[in-house]
Write a protein that binds this ligand. Structure first.
Ligand SMILES: [Ca+2]
Length: 166
């Protein structure tokens, strides 16, 4: 019977966490499918959605669209995305946009973005979409950021707070 005790405790904690956060899916999967960094768990969704749809999906799952806040988080996320889609190159939505005010980049939780990873290349330096392109995606091959039309559909990455889930 001892074997079942830890599982019951985990299930109970999971139930409490679900009540508080609605993090049903994350609760069931944990981070073993995603990429853990500190208290964060990044999880790729291989489903196509526009920015608003991707943002809503992450919220429904008890997380947020991925918000890499510094070089360490950017590099961990880029490596994870690259491994996931390799050898292809697929962009994924991040939780970064300048919808509220052109050129003022905010995370999906409305906090200021201070670390950027814009693609810098003599042929196409980003961001280059002005008021037309206000949502940011990460390339899966090199981790660079590009601004895009927000209604474009692409895959996305959610992040979950491990401290809440369990
Ligand atoms: Ca813009």
């Amino acid at each position: 019977m001892l074997y079942f005790v830890p599982w019951k405790i985990i299930a109970l904690l999971c139930l409490v966490a679900m009540q508080i956060t609605g993090a049903f899916i994350f609760c069931m999967l944990g981070c073993h499918k995603g990429q853990r960094l500190g208290y964060k768990c990044y999880l790729v969704y291989n489903n196509l959605a526009d920015y608003a749809g991707a943002s809503r999906k992450c919220l429904e799952r008890g997380g947020r669209l991925a918000m890499p806040r510094d070089r360490k988080e950017q590099e961990a996320l880029a490596a994870y995305i690259k491994g996931f889609f390799s050898p292809g190159n697929w962009p994924v939505w991040l939780g970064v946009n300048d919808l509220r005010s052109e050129g003022l980049y905010l995370f999906d939780d409305s906090t200021r973005v201070s670390y950027f990873q814009w693609r810098k290349h003599f042929l196409s330096s980003q961001p280059d979409g002005g008021k037309r392109e206000n949502c940011v995606a990460m390339s899966s091959d090199d981790g660079d950021w590009w601004d895009h039309y927000c209604d474009r559909i692409m895959n996305y990455v959610c992040e979950f707070d491990d401290r809440v889930a369990l």
